[in-house]
Design a binder for this molecule. Sequence first.
Ligand code: FAD
Length: 307
Amino acid sequence: TFDLLVVGAGPAGASAAIYAARKGIRTGLLADRFGGQVADTVGIENFISVKHTEGPKLVASLEEHVRDYEVDIMANQRAVQVREGDTLEITLENGAVLKSKSLVLATGARWREMNVPGEREYRGKGVAYCPHCDGPLFKGKKVAVIGGGNSGIEAAIDLANIVEHVTVLEFDSKLRADDVLVRKARSMANIEIILNAQTLQVNGDGSKVNGLTYKDRVSAEQHHIALAGIFVQIGLVPNTEWLKDSGIELTLRGEIVTAANGETSVKGVFAAGDATTAPFKQIIIAMGSGATASLGAFDYLMRSSAP
Ligand code: FAD
C-alpha cells in the first residue's frame, strides 16, 4: 500500500511525486506517458527562470528529477477506475489493482481538435493551440483563431497585440464569448470575425502552414485565407472520462472540482493540473498545483493517522 499514489506524470504529477517523496512517505507515480503534453511541445519560453527550452528536454529533466527520489515509477500504465474507501484502489487497464492511503490525480487534458485534413500534419508547424505559448512565434504575421467562445475571443485579443492580423472563424451564427470580450475584440482594428464558417482544411507548403480553407455555411461557398498560423480554440478536454463513476465530483465539462488545497469531493483524493477546475492551464501553474495537492495530501495523512 502506498501512502500517496500520483496518477499522471506531466508537470503536475512529477511535482506532486517529488513533494511527497521529500516527506519520506511511500510514493508511487503511475502514468500512461511520462511528460504529458510537454512531450508534444516544441519551444517553451514561459517556464520562469529558463529562457528557452524544448518539450522533450524539459520532460527528460522532469524524469531525472523524479528519479532522484524514492518514487516507485510505473510508466506506460493506464488507470481505468478508482474506488473509494479507507484504502483507495486504482485499477489499471491490465487488470492490476494498486492500493494507496491517498491519491493525487493529475491526468491532464488534451486540446479538442478540428479533425480536418492538414491539422495533424502541420501541428507545431503553424497549427497551434496555446496563444500564451506560441503567440510570439507569429509576431508581425497573419493568423486565424478557430472558435468564438471565451477562449477563442481572448486568444484573438491577446494575439492582436502581437501579430499583424487575426481572423476569427466561428462555426455558429453567433459568438458565444462574453459580451465584454466581444466588444473589446470588435474594437480592435486588426481583428476580423467571420460567422457561419466551417473550417475544411489546413493548407501548407509541405513544411509549414500557408493558409486555410473554410466553407460559408449560409452560401455554401468555399474561401481561402492566406496566413501563417492557426490557433485552434474549440475547447480543452480533461482526461477524466475514467473517473465518471468514481463519486469524485466533476464539472459538466469533466474537470475535477478541487478546493484551494487540491482536495476533491472524495476523502483522501486530491487533484492537480489541467484535469482540474484550477484556472489557466500552463506548465508552471500545473507544477504549483501539483505541489499544493501533494502537501494537501500529506496534511491529510498526518491528521488521519493520528494515534
Ligand atoms: P499533462 O501534461 O496533460 O499530463 C498528464 C499526464 O497524465 C500524462 O503523464 C498522461 O500520460 C497521464 N494520464 C492521462 N490519463 C491517464 C490515465 N488514465 N492513467 C494514467 N495516466 C494518465 N504550457 C506552458 O506553460 N508553456 C508552453 O509553452 C506550453 N506549450 C504547449 C504546447 C502544446 C502543443 C500543448 C498541448 C500544451 C502546451 N502548454 C504549455 C500547456 C502545458 O503543457 C499544460 O498546461 C501542462 O502540461 C499540464 O500539466 P498536467 O501535468 O496537468 O497534465
